[in-house]
Design a protein around this ligand. Structure first.
Ligand code: ZN
Length: 314
């Protein structure tokens, strides 16, 4: 393994370690807010808990993704990834479902009886301030790690975190105002604000899943450049086959098929795979994982032919 591949491995492993810390912080924030939401049945806190759940699920997705791609030479298992996406969407939808039911119940109960908000304790703002501090710690960890490791996911996550710090300041002010004025309308405005912040994140996650399932948004310019750069490895012993580029969130996964002279040694093939890995990463920093699949060159035509027969049959 040469120096640049070693460096990539190091960056991915370190990013993975950072994401573990981020997920643990997120779970801590989630648990703290949930306990107080439950104790004081504050609708503002409950809504903030839904936001924490959505964000934690997103971070766990990034974590698992980095666990998979940090094993650079292992084949990327696309189906596991989609399954993971589906499960998290399912969990989030169940949480949202329960939440919307309790929101309806809350609105009907509070508007018909006494017009009193559910958040009456001013000190509950301390909880959302603590949540904001945890989010700020996450932000600074990610920002510092991004400067060192330059993995794009850390930059995207840190931007999300700083927005959430602002959200938690707004929510804390909202709790104080609601508790002081005992005004149901103020509470409803705060609740809806947090709800839409969480919904926004959920919708962008759903969009990513749909895109990766349908195979959209692979960058055609990037692919052309990649193929032209990869053509440099072509020789009388090496034929470049199909090149695929898939996008998940902000990163790309590449699959490169290579037809090799059957006399090629394993050592040569290994070196070739490394070269392909380096070329892919030279083309774009955002290509995080490369699957290199070798086929014997003699079978190149035969494979194509049998594929055609197969598709004609069915
Ligand atoms: Zn968020």
């Amino acid at each position: 393994m040469n120096a640049s591949m070693k460096e990539i491995r190091y960056r991915f492993r370190e990013t993975y370690r950072m994401l573990i810390v981020v997920v643990l912080l997120s779970i801590a924030g989630l648990v703290i807010e949930f306990v107080f939401a439950y104790m004081y049945s504050s609708m503002i806190l409950y809504t903030d808990v839904v936001h924490w759940i959505v964000d934690t699920a997103l971070e766990i997705i990034s974590l698992i993704m980095f666990f998979i791609i940090s094993k650079i030479y292992r084949k990327f298992d696309w189906s596991v990834f989609i399954l993971e996406y589906m499960i998290s969407i399912f969990v989030i939808l169940v949480v949202f479902g329960f939440y919307i039911l309790s929101l309806i119940e809350y609105v009907s109960a509070h508007s018909t009886s006494m017009m009193e908000p559910s958040t009456t304790n001013i000190y509950l703002a301390i909880i959302t301030v603590i949540g904001g501090i945890i989010t700020f710690i996450t932000f600074s960890i990610e920002k510092k790690a991004y400067r060192r490791l330059k993995t794009e996911i850390l930059k995207i996550d840190s931007t999300h975190a700083i927005i959430d710090v602002i959200v938690s300041i707004i929510v804390s002010i909202g709790i104080v105002l609601t508790a002081l004025t005992k005004n149901l309308i103020i509470e409803l405005v705060v609740v809806l604000f947090v709800f839409f912040v969480a919904l926004q994140t959920l919708l962008s996650l759903a969009k990513d899943i749909l895109k990766s399932i349908l195979g959209f948004e692979s960058n055609p310019h990037l692919k052309i450049e990649l193929v032209s750069r990869l053509n440099k490895i072509v020789s009388d012993k090496v034929v470049l086959g199909n090149v695929e580029l898939k996008k998940i969130g902000s990163i790309y996964i590449a699959k490169v098929e290579i037809y090799l002279d059957p006399k090629t040694t394993i050592g040569e093939a290994h070196k070739l795979r490394e070269t392909v890995n380096i070329i892919c990463r030279e083309v774009s920093e955002l290509i995080y994982h490369v699957d290199v699949v070798f086929y014997p060159k003699k079978r190149y035509r035969k494979v194509r032919k049998s594929e055609k027969q197969y598709s004609r049959k069915y």
